[in-house]
Design a protein around this ligand. Structure first.
Ligand SMILES: Cc1ncc(COP(=O)(O)O)c(C=O)c1O
Length: 424
């Protein structure tokens, strides 16, 4: 039943019923956690063959001794593996360390202080700013906060950021030097940027100030829940057509493919940005972990092997996402008090309550033993102006725990909404 059109008596009856249910949950003293956007133990175990896979052979195909220094920007076979999997040119790739987030942090810092194929942002008068499509990834926002970059939120829909707004802001302010994008299975909405949006983002360099960069964080590029999941248009192809290749920095890693924390990460860019990045990298490192790169080459082998490996993740993840969707649709679809997207990949479900209720729902769930990501975390400065967005992360907990936690979550949403409607 649609709660928005329910009578006062009906709402009062619901309130009594839901309160009772909520009290039962509270009394149960549960301890469930839907905050962790990380792979489950079952998922990381899919890559246990990394251990010992080299069988004592520490030499790469070209004879490089993997154990020694050198090979700053990665083994050629690892670059080719990423190139084939992500639809890139191997010569545009630099591999460094295990964390793409570190490469993003370094890229922002290098662009700010030294310039990445353009003048350093800090040399210009005025405050450096980034556009932040919202809801978005809190760690992108933390990078900006740490480095003193002002953030301008821009709304998104199921096709990606609202491009009329993005273009107007960029045209009006040459100190907007970057935009964060998670283009496929966005964190947290799960949307895939449409071909039109990708094309328009690729062309932003034509209207932006000097040294503008698109931070294309393709963290979930291959993390599909089903074979027919929507594909992402190639931004590098669009940028080639638009003549804006210098404006694109693309990132990815195997963190949620093999071992989170012991994977391989890369940056892809056109030179001179790529060569500038490598120059600074060479100051801070004598060489990456090539042993781990070779282990990944041997485990995943090629783009098809990559895909086969991701299909095994999907088998583990799909039932988890299905149970979230089941609770939301059965509990809330008819109630008219919430919206959410049904992602075809990625790690999250993004949930929007009635305005002004997200913090309340998170607090209520916590009291009933369900930990959720703090409301507001998906917005710059932790400030969700409408207080609606809640990020649900179903990958890590056991299915039974998700089932139980989502039952409680739905009760909290309904109870908070009914109380709000009664107080109106
Ligand atoms: C959008 C996004 N980018 C980057 C990362 C982190 O990637 P990495 O492990 O390669 O640093 C995450 C992890 O959750 C993420 O959601």
């Amino acid at each position: 039943m649609n709660l928005q059109s329910a009578s006062r008596e009906q709402l009062q009856a619901f309130e009594a019923e839901l309160s009772q249910q909520y009290d039962t949950y509270q009394a149960a003293g549960l301890n469930l956690d839907l905050t962790r956007g990380k792979p489950s133990t079952e998922q990381v175990a899919l890559s246990n063959n990394l251990d010992g896979i080299l069988s004592g052979n520490y030499f790469a195909a070209d004879g490089t001794d993997l154990r020694n220094y050198g090979g700053l920007d990665g083994l050629p076979e690892m670059k080719q593996l990423f190139a084939d999997t992500f639809g890139l040119d191997a010569s545009s790739i630099a591999i460094a360390g295990n964390s793409s987030l570190t490469l993003m942090y370094q890229s922002v810092m290098f662009a700010q202080h030294f310039g990445l194929g353009a003048e350093a942002w800090n040399k210009e008068e005025g405050e450096v700013k980034f556009l932040c499509p919202v809801p978005g990834y809190d760690r992108h926002f933390s990078i900006c906060e740490e480095l003193g970059i002002a953030m301008i939120p821009v709304a998104m829909n199921e096709n990606g950021p609202l491009m009329d707004e993005v273009e107007a802001l960029i045209k009006a302010d040459p100190m907007i030097k970057g935009i964060w994008c998670v283009p496929r299975f966005s964190n947290p909405t799960g949307c895939v940027y449409s071909a039109e949006v990708v094309g328009r983002i690729a062309a932003l360099g034509k209207i932006a100030g000097k040294g503008f960069k698109v931070f294309w964080d393709n963290a979930y590029a291959v993390h599909v829940l089903n074979d027919n999941a929507e594909e992402l248009t190639s931004i590098t192809d669009c940028a080639k057509d638009a003549g804006t290749e210098d404006n694109i920095l693309l990132f990815g890693s195997t963190s949620k493919v093999t071992f989170a924390g012991a994977g391989v990460a890369f940056l892809a860019a056109a030179s001179p940005a790529l060569s500038a990045f490598k120059k600074h990298l060479a100051i801070s490192s004598i060489g990456p972990d090539k042993v781990n790169q070779q282990r990944h080459i041997d485990l995943l082998k090629d783009a098809e092997g990559f895909k086969r490996h991701m299909a095994k993740h999907a088998v583990i993840l799909k039932p988890r996402f299905d149970i979230v969707e089941k609770h939301l649709s059965e509990g809330l679809a008819a109630a008219g008090i919430a919206t959410w997207l049904k992602p075809e990949g990625g790690y999250f479900v993004s949930f929007d309550s009635m305005p002004g209720l997200a913090k309340e729902v998170v607090a209520m769930a916590a009291k009933a033993g369900v930990k959720l990501t703090p409301a507001g975390a998906t917005y710059p400065y932790g400030d969700d102006p409408l207080d609606t967005n809640i990020r649900i992360a179903p990958t890590y907990p056991a299915i039974e725990d998700i089932d139980q936690a989502m039952g409680i979550f739905v009760t909290c949403v309904k109870l908070a909404s009914v109380r709000k409607l009664l107080s109106a």
